[in-house]
Design a protein around this ligand. Structure first.
Ligand SMILES: *[C@@H]1O[C@H](CO)[C@@H](O)[C@H](O)[C@H]1NC(C)=O
Ligand SMILES: *[C@@H]1O[C@H](CO)[C@@H](O)[C@H](O)[C@H]1NC(C)=O
Ligand SMILES: *[C@@H]1O[C@H](CO)[C@@H](O)[C@H](O)[C@H]1NC(C)=O
Ligand SMILES: *[C@@H]1O[C@H](CO)[C@@H](O)[C@H](O)[C@H]1NC(C)=O
Ligand SMILES: *[C@@H]1O[C@H](CO)[C@@H](O)[C@H](O)[C@H]1NC(C)=O
Ligand SMILES: *[C@@H]1O[C@H](CO)[C@@H](O)[C@H](O)[C@H]1NC(C)=O
Ligand SMILES: *[C@@H]1O[C@H](CO)[C@@H](O)[C@H](O)[C@H]1NC(C)=O
Length: 334
């Protein structure tokens, strides 16, 4: 009950609660377990995973390396949610110099190591809290955010992997606003209910030194060199994450200590509704992948109620064609 009161209080203070990144997690329900986090680097990509009882998200930072093909590798930040198979993708460019001269990175800070959670109470028309991740993004020189895509993973893939497809229906619906020294983008989904938010704000370190400014001009956002708090959140229903300890069976419990990264990765992909494949580019149900992976992992996966095996079989059964019994391989959501 106390928690409920706290939520509605923060809801009433909506603007104050969302304008300051440091305040944005206070209304969040307390989680019984510590967040599950994982970092994986495969240059030029840095992947970061964050999952707690309120949100699960992946962030991917791309920063060009000396050997990168600069016609296809540019500074880019992607945040992806298994929930709704959705994401936000941002392409940056150096403001005044050649491709390859801007490096971006996520750095550990008081808002995240490098990711921290974002939570704000439900705000009409959505009935769900807005949840996501935040962190400090560092630019080593002046930068421009030239292109943002707020949509489903499929929409982002259409641009990233397809023939650079951009859908005006989605792109033109992004609203850009500035205020309090920061810049925000938001887009309401085709359901007219769900909203994706992106925010950028100069990061003040403990000395309260301002690192630089972020400015909005028309639909272009420019940054001085420096550190910025970014946050990305959506008010779409989240999946129910399986704890690392409930993914593995008892005999394999010590794998969380022996192979912590693999156990954390398996856990990030395991939800009671379904298990996921292909983070970040798919990040949803794939029937073939779930079933083959479940067979291979059978010796270590948990069984019974609330288990990983139940999630796999349950998700497959829910997607069987009732007319001819065929099993769904790829679901089309987002
Ligand atoms: C510079 O980067 C942009 C965006 O990533 C790309 O479209 C363009 O082709 C690049 N230019 C060169 C000369 O590589
Ligand atoms: C990105 O912004 C920079 C700086 O404003 C500009 O020079 C460049 O042409 C823009 N690139 C695209 C693809 O719009
Ligand atoms: C930023 O990083 C890029 C890529 O590593 C490098 O080429 C460039 O010199 C750096 N710029 C500054 C101002 O340090
Ligand atoms: C950032 O924090 C994480 C989690 O505490 C830690 O594993 C990582 O080494 C830190 N990174 C740096 C560059 O200090
Ligand atoms: C959302 O609103 C638009 C404009 O009012 C309308 O055309 C569309 O049918 C609505 N979509 C849904 C799913 O309600
Ligand atoms: C983990 O459990 C397996 C199987 O019971 C055992 O062989 C192994 O020694 C255990 N490892 C550790 C570090 O306890
Ligand atoms: C289910 O199976 C029937 C019969 O083969 C087929 O006509 C229908 O398109 C299938 N439905 C889906 C959603 O694939």
């Amino acid at each position: 009950m106390r928690n409920l009161i706290q939520f509605s209080l923060w809801g009433a203070l909506g603007v104050a609660a969302t304008s300051d990144a440091h305040l944005r997690t206070r209304a969040a329900p307390k989680c019984a377990n510590a967040p599950s986090t994982l970092s994986l680097t495969d240059l030029p990509y840095h992947n970061y995973f964050y999952s707690d009882c309120n949100v699960a998200a992946q962030a991917v930072v791309t920063s060009p390396q000396p050997d990168s093909d600069l016609s296809i590798i540019g500074p880019r930040l992607i945040v992806a949610w298994p929930a709704g198979d959705s994401g936000a993708c941002m392409f940056f460019e150096p403001q005044s110099s050649a491709n390859g001269t801007l490096a971006i990175e996520l750095v550990n800070s008081t808002v995240g190591t490098p990711l921290g959670p974002v939570y704000s109470a439900p705000k009409s028309p959505s009935k769900n809290p807005s949840v996501g991740v935040q962190g400090v993004l560092r630019f080593n020189t002046t930068a421009t955010l030239n292109l943002s895509i707020l949509g489903s993973i499929r929409t982002i893939r259409d641009f990233v992997e397809g023939p650079s497809l951009l859908h005006p229906e989605f792109q033109d619906a992004i609203k850009y606003t500035s205020g309090d020294g920061g810049v925000s983008l938001q887009r309401i989904w085709l359901d007219n209910v769900t909203t994706t938010h992106l925010n950028f704000m100069p990061f003040k370190d403990s000395s309260e030194k301002n690192n630089g400014q972020v400015k909005l001009s028309d639909r272009t956002i420019s940054f001085d060199a420096g550190d910025y708090v970014f946050s990305a959140d959506i008010d779409y229903p989240q999946l129910t994450a399986l704890k690392p300890s409930s993914v593995l069976n008892e005999a394999s419990a010590n794998l969380t200590a022996e192979k912590p990264a693999q156990a954390a990765a398996l856990s990030f992909l395991s939800y009671s509704e379904k298990v996921l494949a292909g983070a970040w580019r798919f990040l949803t149900y794939f029937g073939r992948d779930s079933m083959i992976a479940a067979l291979l992992l059978e010796p270590v996966l948990s069984y019974g109620e609330g288990s990983a095996m139940e999630a796999v079989i349950g998700a497959v059964l829910e997607r069987v064609n009732r007319t001819d019994g065929t099993v769904c391989h790829e679901e089309t959501i987002g």
